[in-house]
Design a binder for this molecule. Structure first.
Ligand code: UD1
Length: 418
Protein backbone atom coordinates (compact mmCIF):
# COMPACT_ATOMS: atom_id res chain seq x y z
CA UNK A 1 0.00 0.00 0.00
CA UNK A 2 1.23 3.47 -0.88
CA UNK A 3 0.97 6.35 1.60
CA UNK A 4 2.01 10.00 1.57
CA UNK A 5 3.66 11.39 4.67
CA UNK A 6 3.93 15.14 5.21
CA UNK A 7 5.87 17.03 7.90
CA UNK A 8 3.82 20.20 7.78
CA UNK A 9 4.16 23.89 8.63
CA UNK A 10 7.06 24.52 6.27
CA UNK A 11 7.22 27.69 4.19
CA UNK A 12 7.16 26.96 0.45
CA UNK A 13 9.24 29.13 -1.88
CA UNK A 14 10.22 28.79 -5.52
CA UNK A 15 8.53 27.77 -8.74
CA UNK A 16 6.17 24.92 -9.56
CA UNK A 17 5.72 24.11 -13.23
CA UNK A 18 2.23 23.01 -14.22
CA UNK A 19 1.80 19.84 -16.33
CA UNK A 20 -0.56 19.13 -19.21
CA UNK A 21 -4.23 19.02 -18.29
CA UNK A 22 -5.48 15.63 -17.15
CA UNK A 23 -9.05 16.29 -18.24
CA UNK A 24 -7.94 17.29 -21.73
CA UNK A 25 -5.45 14.41 -22.09
CA UNK A 26 -8.01 11.79 -21.12
CA UNK A 27 -10.22 12.92 -24.01
CA UNK A 28 -7.41 13.52 -26.52
CA UNK A 29 -6.03 9.98 -26.25
CA UNK A 30 -9.33 8.28 -27.20
CA UNK A 31 -9.98 11.03 -29.80
CA UNK A 32 -6.68 10.16 -31.49
CA UNK A 33 -8.10 6.88 -32.86
CA UNK A 34 -10.25 8.97 -35.20
CA UNK A 35 -7.27 9.80 -37.38
CA UNK A 36 -6.72 7.62 -40.46
CA UNK A 37 -2.98 8.19 -40.10
CA UNK A 38 -1.09 9.12 -36.90
CA UNK A 39 -1.51 11.64 -34.08
CA UNK A 40 1.24 13.09 -31.93
CA UNK A 41 0.18 14.64 -28.65
CA UNK A 42 2.74 16.47 -26.55
CA UNK A 43 2.73 17.84 -22.99
CA UNK A 44 1.01 14.61 -21.89
CA UNK A 45 1.21 14.22 -18.10
CA UNK A 46 2.62 11.02 -16.66
CA UNK A 47 -0.27 10.04 -14.43
CA UNK A 48 -1.97 6.69 -13.98
CA UNK A 49 -5.08 7.79 -15.92
CA UNK A 50 -2.91 8.34 -19.02
CA UNK A 51 -1.42 4.87 -18.64
CA UNK A 52 -4.86 3.28 -18.26
CA UNK A 53 -6.02 4.87 -21.54
CA UNK A 54 -2.86 3.78 -23.37
CA UNK A 55 -3.60 0.24 -22.11
CA UNK A 56 -7.04 0.46 -23.76
CA UNK A 57 -5.39 1.62 -26.99
CA UNK A 58 -3.09 -1.42 -26.86
CA UNK A 59 -6.09 -3.69 -26.25
CA UNK A 60 -7.52 -2.28 -29.50
CA UNK A 61 -4.23 -3.06 -31.27
CA UNK A 62 -3.34 0.61 -31.65
CA UNK A 63 0.35 1.39 -31.84
CA UNK A 64 1.29 3.64 -28.90
CA UNK A 65 4.70 5.17 -28.58
CA UNK A 66 5.17 6.97 -25.29
CA UNK A 67 8.24 9.10 -24.66
CA UNK A 68 8.88 11.89 -22.19
CA UNK A 69 5.96 14.29 -22.39
CA UNK A 70 4.61 13.02 -25.70
CA UNK A 71 2.67 10.12 -27.11
CA UNK A 72 2.43 9.05 -30.74
CA UNK A 73 -0.75 7.13 -31.54
CA UNK A 74 -1.08 5.17 -34.77
CA UNK A 75 -4.40 3.36 -35.26
CA UNK A 76 -3.62 1.96 -38.73
CA UNK A 77 -3.79 -1.68 -37.52
CA UNK A 78 -6.56 -1.07 -35.03
CA UNK A 79 -9.19 -3.72 -34.30
CA UNK A 80 -12.54 -2.69 -32.83
CA UNK A 81 -12.91 -5.22 -30.04
CA UNK A 82 -14.94 -5.04 -26.85
CA UNK A 83 -13.37 -2.93 -24.11
CA UNK A 84 -13.73 -5.41 -21.26
CA UNK A 85 -14.96 -4.46 -17.81
CA UNK A 86 -11.59 -4.19 -16.00
CA UNK A 87 -10.36 -1.73 -18.68
CA UNK A 88 -13.61 0.26 -18.78
CA UNK A 89 -13.79 0.50 -14.98
CA UNK A 90 -10.26 1.70 -14.45
CA UNK A 91 -11.23 5.32 -14.95
CA UNK A 92 -14.10 7.64 -15.82
CA UNK A 93 -12.71 8.82 -19.14
CA UNK A 94 -12.78 5.34 -20.68
CA UNK A 95 -16.24 6.44 -21.85
CA UNK A 96 -14.67 8.67 -24.48
CA UNK A 97 -13.93 5.47 -26.40
CA UNK A 98 -17.71 5.09 -26.82
CA UNK A 99 -17.98 8.27 -28.88
CA UNK A 100 -14.67 7.75 -30.68
CA UNK A 101 -15.35 4.11 -31.66
CA UNK A 102 -18.89 4.94 -32.66
CA UNK A 103 -17.60 7.82 -34.80
CA UNK A 104 -14.92 5.66 -36.45
CA UNK A 105 -16.57 2.22 -36.74
CA UNK A 106 -20.26 2.96 -36.01
CA UNK A 107 -20.00 0.46 -33.18
CA UNK A 108 -18.69 0.51 -29.62
CA UNK A 109 -18.92 -2.22 -27.00
CA UNK A 110 -17.81 -1.38 -23.49
CA UNK A 111 -18.82 -1.25 -19.84
CA UNK A 112 -19.94 1.50 -17.48
CA UNK A 113 -16.87 3.59 -16.65
CA UNK A 114 -15.16 3.87 -13.26
CA UNK A 115 -13.76 7.00 -11.59
CA UNK A 116 -14.13 8.84 -8.31
CA UNK A 117 -17.30 8.16 -6.27
CA UNK A 118 -18.37 11.79 -6.11
CA UNK A 119 -21.95 11.22 -7.23
CA UNK A 120 -24.11 8.85 -9.28
CA UNK A 121 -22.43 10.03 -12.50
CA UNK A 122 -24.99 8.81 -15.04
CA UNK A 123 -24.16 8.79 -18.77
CA UNK A 124 -27.72 9.26 -20.05
CA UNK A 125 -26.89 12.51 -21.88
CA UNK A 126 -24.03 10.84 -23.76
CA UNK A 127 -26.33 7.99 -24.83
CA UNK A 128 -29.18 10.33 -25.82
CA UNK A 129 -26.72 12.25 -27.97
CA UNK A 130 -25.56 9.06 -29.70
CA UNK A 131 -29.21 8.07 -30.29
CA UNK A 132 -29.96 11.48 -31.79
CA UNK A 133 -27.16 10.81 -34.29
CA UNK A 134 -28.87 7.56 -35.29
CA UNK A 135 -27.27 4.99 -32.99
CA UNK A 136 -29.07 2.23 -31.16
CA UNK A 137 -28.03 1.70 -27.55
CA UNK A 138 -28.55 -1.62 -25.81
CA UNK A 139 -27.40 -2.30 -22.30
CA UNK A 140 -27.25 -5.40 -20.19
CA UNK A 141 -26.28 -4.72 -16.59
CA UNK A 142 -23.08 -2.70 -17.00
CA UNK A 143 -22.39 -3.55 -20.61
CA UNK A 144 -23.27 -1.14 -23.42
CA UNK A 145 -23.50 -1.83 -27.12
CA UNK A 146 -23.84 1.33 -29.19
CA UNK A 147 -24.16 0.86 -32.93
CA UNK A 148 -25.48 2.58 -36.04
CA UNK A 149 -26.04 1.77 -39.67
CA UNK A 150 -25.24 5.36 -40.42
CA UNK A 151 -24.56 8.43 -38.26
CA UNK A 152 -26.43 11.54 -39.34
CA UNK A 153 -25.93 15.07 -38.03
CA UNK A 154 -28.65 16.24 -35.61
CA UNK A 155 -29.62 19.10 -33.32
CA UNK A 156 -28.90 18.05 -29.75
CA UNK A 157 -29.86 20.02 -26.65
CA UNK A 158 -28.09 18.96 -23.45
CA UNK A 159 -30.31 19.18 -20.36
CA UNK A 160 -27.14 19.76 -18.35
CA UNK A 161 -23.98 21.40 -19.73
CA UNK A 162 -21.99 18.20 -19.25
CA UNK A 163 -18.29 18.18 -20.11
CA UNK A 164 -18.25 14.45 -20.83
CA UNK A 165 -21.40 14.45 -22.97
CA UNK A 166 -20.25 17.48 -24.99
CA UNK A 167 -16.92 15.86 -25.84
CA UNK A 168 -18.36 12.40 -26.46
CA UNK A 169 -21.00 13.72 -28.86
CA UNK A 170 -18.33 15.76 -30.66
CA UNK A 171 -16.27 12.57 -31.11
CA UNK A 172 -19.23 10.63 -32.47
CA UNK A 173 -20.37 13.46 -34.77
CA UNK A 174 -17.06 14.39 -36.34
CA UNK A 175 -17.42 11.84 -39.18
CA UNK A 176 -21.24 11.77 -39.28
CA UNK A 177 -23.12 12.80 -42.44
CA UNK A 178 -24.24 16.43 -42.30
CA UNK A 179 -24.16 18.96 -39.49
CA UNK A 180 -24.58 18.40 -35.76
CA UNK A 181 -25.39 21.26 -33.41
CA UNK A 182 -24.89 20.80 -29.66
CA UNK A 183 -26.84 23.37 -27.67
CA UNK A 184 -26.21 24.11 -23.99
CA UNK A 185 -22.77 22.61 -24.57
CA UNK A 186 -20.21 22.81 -21.77
CA UNK A 187 -17.61 25.58 -22.26
CA UNK A 188 -14.60 24.24 -20.35
CA UNK A 189 -11.14 24.96 -21.87
CA UNK A 190 -10.56 21.20 -22.19
CA UNK A 191 -13.43 21.07 -24.71
CA UNK A 192 -11.76 23.78 -26.80
CA UNK A 193 -8.50 21.81 -26.64
CA UNK A 194 -10.21 18.64 -27.93
CA UNK A 195 -12.03 20.55 -30.71
CA UNK A 196 -8.75 22.15 -31.78
CA UNK A 197 -7.13 18.70 -31.91
CA UNK A 198 -9.92 17.34 -34.11
CA UNK A 199 -9.79 20.43 -36.34
CA UNK A 200 -6.01 19.93 -36.69
CA UNK A 201 -6.88 16.50 -38.10
CA UNK A 202 -9.30 18.03 -40.59
CA UNK A 203 -12.58 18.11 -38.64
CA UNK A 204 -14.91 21.09 -39.06
CA UNK A 205 -15.93 22.19 -35.57
CA UNK A 206 -16.87 25.75 -34.68
CA UNK A 207 -18.13 27.33 -31.48
CA UNK A 208 -16.16 25.23 -28.96
CA UNK A 209 -15.90 27.33 -25.79
CA UNK A 210 -19.40 28.73 -26.32
CA UNK A 211 -22.70 27.05 -25.52
CA UNK A 212 -23.40 26.20 -29.18
CA UNK A 213 -21.00 23.89 -30.97
CA UNK A 214 -21.42 23.12 -34.68
CA UNK A 215 -19.83 20.04 -36.21
CA UNK A 216 -19.86 19.56 -39.95
CA UNK A 217 -19.12 15.90 -40.65
CA UNK A 218 -16.05 14.99 -42.73
CA UNK A 219 -14.98 11.67 -44.27
CA UNK A 220 -11.29 11.53 -43.42
CA UNK A 221 -9.13 12.73 -40.58
CA UNK A 222 -5.42 13.02 -41.25
CA UNK A 223 -2.12 13.16 -39.41
CA UNK A 224 -1.68 15.84 -36.78
CA UNK A 225 0.49 17.25 -34.02
CA UNK A 226 -1.10 18.72 -30.95
CA UNK A 227 -0.26 20.13 -27.52
CA UNK A 228 -2.23 19.57 -24.30
CA UNK A 229 -3.16 22.81 -22.50
CA UNK A 230 -1.82 23.39 -18.96
CA UNK A 231 -3.85 21.79 -16.18
CA UNK A 232 -5.93 24.58 -14.64
CA UNK A 233 -6.98 22.41 -11.70
CA UNK A 234 -3.42 21.40 -10.87
CA UNK A 235 -2.40 25.07 -11.19
CA UNK A 236 -5.28 26.16 -8.95
CA UNK A 237 -4.38 23.55 -6.34
CA UNK A 238 -0.81 24.85 -6.12
CA UNK A 239 -1.95 28.49 -5.99
CA UNK A 240 -4.23 27.57 -3.06
CA UNK A 241 -1.30 25.78 -1.38
CA UNK A 242 0.68 28.99 -1.94
CA UNK A 243 -2.03 30.99 -0.18
CA UNK A 244 -1.84 28.52 2.74
CA UNK A 245 1.91 28.25 3.20
CA UNK A 246 3.76 29.93 0.34
CA UNK A 247 6.18 32.83 0.35
CA UNK A 248 6.78 34.09 -3.17
CA UNK A 249 5.58 30.77 -4.55
CA UNK A 250 5.23 30.96 -8.32
CA UNK A 251 2.99 28.61 -10.30
CA UNK A 252 4.35 28.66 -13.81
CA UNK A 253 3.36 27.46 -17.31
CA UNK A 254 -0.34 28.04 -16.76
CA UNK A 255 -3.14 30.10 -18.31
CA UNK A 256 -4.36 32.50 -15.58
CA UNK A 257 -7.57 33.35 -17.54
CA UNK A 258 -8.68 29.75 -17.01
CA UNK A 259 -8.70 30.43 -13.27
CA UNK A 260 -10.40 33.85 -13.17
CA UNK A 261 -13.04 32.69 -10.66
CA UNK A 262 -10.42 31.30 -8.25
CA UNK A 263 -8.14 34.33 -8.61
CA UNK A 264 -10.94 36.77 -7.82
CA UNK A 265 -11.97 34.73 -4.75
CA UNK A 266 -8.35 34.67 -3.53
CA UNK A 267 -8.03 38.43 -4.01
CA UNK A 268 -11.37 38.94 -2.23
CA UNK A 269 -10.15 37.19 0.94
CA UNK A 270 -6.86 39.10 0.89
CA UNK A 271 -4.31 36.83 -0.80
CA UNK A 272 -1.66 39.00 -2.49
CA UNK A 273 -1.03 37.73 -6.00
CA UNK A 274 0.99 38.73 -9.01
CA UNK A 275 -0.77 37.53 -12.15
CA UNK A 276 1.48 37.31 -15.21
CA UNK A 277 0.87 36.15 -18.77
CA UNK A 278 1.62 32.52 -17.92
CA UNK A 279 2.06 32.43 -14.16
CA UNK A 280 0.51 33.35 -10.83
CA UNK A 281 2.76 34.14 -7.89
CA UNK A 282 1.57 34.19 -4.30
CA UNK A 283 3.55 37.07 -2.84
CA UNK A 284 4.88 37.36 0.69
CA UNK A 285 2.10 38.80 2.84
CA UNK A 286 0.47 38.59 6.24
CA UNK A 287 -2.08 35.76 6.31
CA UNK A 288 -5.04 37.59 7.74
CA UNK A 289 -7.79 36.37 5.49
CA UNK A 290 -11.40 37.55 5.22
CA UNK A 291 -14.24 35.09 4.80
CA UNK A 292 -16.06 34.38 1.56
CA UNK A 293 -18.73 32.11 0.12
CA UNK A 294 -18.26 29.94 -2.94
CA UNK A 295 -20.76 28.09 -5.06
CA UNK A 296 -19.49 25.63 -7.65
CA UNK A 297 -20.71 26.09 -11.22
CA UNK A 298 -19.92 25.09 -14.78
CA UNK A 299 -17.07 27.01 -16.46
CA UNK A 300 -16.37 29.93 -16.11
CA UNK A 301 -17.90 29.57 -12.64
CA UNK A 302 -15.98 28.35 -9.59
CA UNK A 303 -14.73 24.82 -10.52
CA UNK A 304 -16.08 21.95 -8.45
CA UNK A 305 -12.64 20.35 -8.79
CA UNK A 306 -11.12 23.17 -6.69
CA UNK A 307 -13.87 23.26 -4.09
CA UNK A 308 -12.20 20.71 -1.83
CA UNK A 309 -8.70 22.31 -1.73
CA UNK A 310 -10.31 25.78 -1.37
CA UNK A 311 -12.21 24.56 1.71
CA UNK A 312 -8.84 24.03 3.42
CA UNK A 313 -8.05 27.71 2.83
CA UNK A 314 -11.40 28.74 4.31
CA UNK A 315 -10.39 27.07 7.61
CA UNK A 316 -7.82 29.90 7.87
CA UNK A 317 -10.25 32.80 7.27
CA UNK A 318 -11.50 34.97 10.12
CA UNK A 319 -15.12 33.94 10.61
CA UNK A 320 -17.82 31.98 8.83
CA UNK A 321 -17.53 30.97 5.15
CA UNK A 322 -19.83 28.80 3.09
CA UNK A 323 -19.17 26.31 0.30
CA UNK A 324 -22.11 25.19 -1.82
CA UNK A 325 -21.57 22.25 -4.17
CA UNK A 326 -23.98 22.23 -7.10
CA UNK A 327 -22.39 19.73 -9.52
CA UNK A 328 -21.76 16.53 -7.53
CA UNK A 329 -23.96 15.05 -4.78
CA UNK A 330 -21.11 13.46 -2.87
CA UNK A 331 -18.24 15.89 -2.80
CA UNK A 332 -17.86 16.53 0.91
CA UNK A 333 -16.09 13.30 1.79
CA UNK A 334 -12.97 15.24 2.73
CA UNK A 335 -14.77 17.15 5.49
CA UNK A 336 -14.60 14.47 8.25
CA UNK A 337 -10.84 14.27 7.70
CA UNK A 338 -10.43 18.05 7.78
CA UNK A 339 -12.32 17.96 11.09
CA UNK A 340 -9.92 15.28 12.38
CA UNK A 341 -7.10 17.70 11.53
CA UNK A 342 -8.80 20.39 13.63
CA UNK A 343 -11.15 22.25 11.25
CA UNK A 344 -14.56 23.46 12.42
CA UNK A 345 -16.98 22.56 9.59
CA UNK A 346 -20.65 21.61 9.46
CA UNK A 347 -22.31 20.12 6.40
CA UNK A 348 -26.01 20.52 5.76
CA UNK A 349 -27.40 19.27 2.48
CA UNK A 350 -25.08 20.61 -0.22
CA UNK A 351 -23.52 23.40 1.86
CA UNK A 352 -20.52 23.26 4.18
CA UNK A 353 -20.14 26.04 6.74
CA UNK A 354 -16.54 26.61 7.75
CA UNK A 355 -15.66 28.53 10.91
CA UNK A 356 -12.11 29.84 11.05
CA UNK A 357 -9.40 30.33 11.77
CA UNK A 358 -8.51 26.97 13.26
CA UNK A 359 -5.12 25.47 13.92
CA UNK A 360 -4.58 22.23 12.03
CA UNK A 361 -2.58 19.38 13.59
CA UNK A 362 -1.30 16.41 11.60
CA UNK A 363 -3.00 13.03 11.89
CA UNK A 364 -3.93 10.06 9.71
CA UNK A 365 -6.37 10.89 6.89
CA UNK A 366 -7.76 9.28 3.74
CA UNK A 367 -7.79 10.53 0.13
CA UNK A 368 -11.38 9.51 -0.60
CA UNK A 369 -11.21 10.81 -4.18
CA UNK A 370 -8.78 12.71 -6.38
CA UNK A 371 -9.51 16.29 -5.33
CA UNK A 372 -10.27 15.29 -1.73
CA UNK A 373 -6.75 13.89 -1.84
CA UNK A 374 -5.44 17.25 -3.06
CA UNK A 375 -7.25 18.86 -0.13
CA UNK A 376 -5.53 16.44 2.26
CA UNK A 377 -2.13 17.33 0.80
CA UNK A 378 -2.90 21.06 1.17
CA UNK A 379 -4.08 20.56 4.77
CA UNK A 380 -1.08 18.37 5.61
CA UNK A 381 1.34 21.00 4.29
CA UNK A 382 -0.25 23.61 6.56
CA UNK A 383 -0.73 21.45 9.67
CA UNK A 384 1.86 21.15 12.39
CA UNK A 385 3.33 17.68 12.92
CA UNK A 386 2.94 14.68 10.65
CA UNK A 387 0.00 13.96 8.36
CA UNK A 388 -0.26 10.50 6.83
CA UNK A 389 -2.53 10.08 3.80
CA UNK A 390 -3.79 6.68 2.66
CA UNK A 391 -5.61 5.76 -0.60
CA UNK A 392 -3.11 7.95 -2.43
CA UNK A 393 -3.72 6.11 -5.72
CA UNK A 394 -6.48 8.68 -6.19
CA UNK A 395 -3.96 11.53 -6.01
CA UNK A 396 -1.48 9.84 -8.34
CA UNK A 397 -4.24 9.46 -10.94
CA UNK A 398 -4.30 13.21 -11.46
CA UNK A 399 -1.21 15.06 -10.20
CA UNK A 400 2.02 14.47 -12.11
CA UNK A 401 5.16 14.38 -9.94
CA UNK A 402 3.35 15.90 -6.98
CA UNK A 403 5.97 14.72 -4.49
CA UNK A 404 8.89 16.08 -6.52
CA UNK A 405 7.16 19.37 -7.35
CA UNK A 406 6.32 20.12 -3.70
CA UNK A 407 9.70 18.89 -2.39
CA UNK A 408 11.46 21.23 -4.80
CA UNK A 409 9.78 24.25 -3.17
CA UNK A 410 10.62 23.17 0.37
CA UNK A 411 7.89 20.74 1.43
CA UNK A 412 8.77 17.70 3.53
CA UNK A 413 6.62 15.19 1.68
CA UNK A 414 7.36 11.55 0.85
CA UNK A 415 5.61 8.72 -0.94
CA UNK A 416 6.11 5.44 0.91
CA UNK A 417 5.25 1.84 0.17
CA UNK A 418 4.18 0.06 3.36
C1 UD1 B 1 -15.74 16.40 -15.85
C2 UD1 B 1 -14.38 16.34 -15.20
C3 UD1 B 1 -14.50 16.42 -13.67
C4 UD1 B 1 -15.33 17.64 -13.27
C5 UD1 B 1 -16.65 17.70 -14.04
C6 UD1 B 1 -17.41 18.98 -13.78
C7 UD1 B 1 -13.19 14.94 -16.76
C8 UD1 B 1 -12.54 13.62 -17.03
N1 UD1 B 1 -13.75 15.08 -15.57
O1 UD1 B 1 -16.45 15.23 -15.40
O2 UD1 B 1 -13.20 16.51 -13.14
O3 UD1 B 1 -15.61 17.56 -11.89
O4 UD1 B 1 -16.42 17.60 -15.46
O5 UD1 B 1 -16.63 20.08 -14.10
O6 UD1 B 1 -13.15 15.84 -17.58
N2 UD1 B 1 -24.65 14.36 -15.82
C9 UD1 B 1 -25.82 13.70 -16.04
N3 UD1 B 1 -25.91 12.87 -17.14
C10 UD1 B 1 -24.87 12.70 -18.00
C11 UD1 B 1 -23.67 13.39 -17.76
C12 UD1 B 1 -23.58 14.22 -16.67
O7 UD1 B 1 -26.78 13.82 -15.29
O8 UD1 B 1 -25.02 11.95 -18.96
C13 UD1 B 1 -24.52 15.25 -14.64
C14 UD1 B 1 -23.50 14.72 -13.62
O9 UD1 B 1 -24.08 13.76 -12.76
C15 UD1 B 1 -23.08 16.00 -12.93
C16 UD1 B 1 -23.15 17.05 -14.04
O10 UD1 B 1 -23.98 16.48 -15.05
O11 UD1 B 1 -23.99 16.32 -11.92
C17 UD1 B 1 -21.84 17.44 -14.64
O12 UD1 B 1 -21.17 16.29 -15.11
P1 UD1 B 1 -20.12 16.32 -16.30
O13 UD1 B 1 -19.84 17.73 -16.70
O14 UD1 B 1 -20.54 15.35 -17.32
O15 UD1 B 1 -18.81 15.74 -15.58
P2 UD1 B 1 -17.75 14.75 -16.17
O16 UD1 B 1 -17.57 15.00 -17.62
O17 UD1 B 1 -18.02 13.36 -15.70
Amino acid sequence: MKIIEIEGAKELTGTIRVSGAKNATVALIPAAILTDEEATICNVPEITDTEALCDILRLLNVNVNRSTESVVINPTDMVNTEITEPYSKKLRASYYFMGALLGKYKKAVMYFPGGCSIGARPIDLHLKGFEALGAKVTSDKNKYIVEAEELKGANIYLDIASVGATINIMLAAVKAKGTTVIDNAAKEPEIVNVATFLNNMGAKITGAGTSTIKIQGVEHLHKCFHEVIPDRIEAGTYVIIGALCGKNLRVDNMIPEHLDSLISKLEEIGVKLEVGADYVEVLEHERNYKTTNIKTAVYPGFPTDLQQPFTVLLTQCNGKSKVTETIWENRFMHIPYLKDLGADIEVKNQTATVLGPTELKGCQVVATDLRAGAAMVAAGLLASGTTTITNVEHILRGYEDIIEKLSDVGAKITLKEI
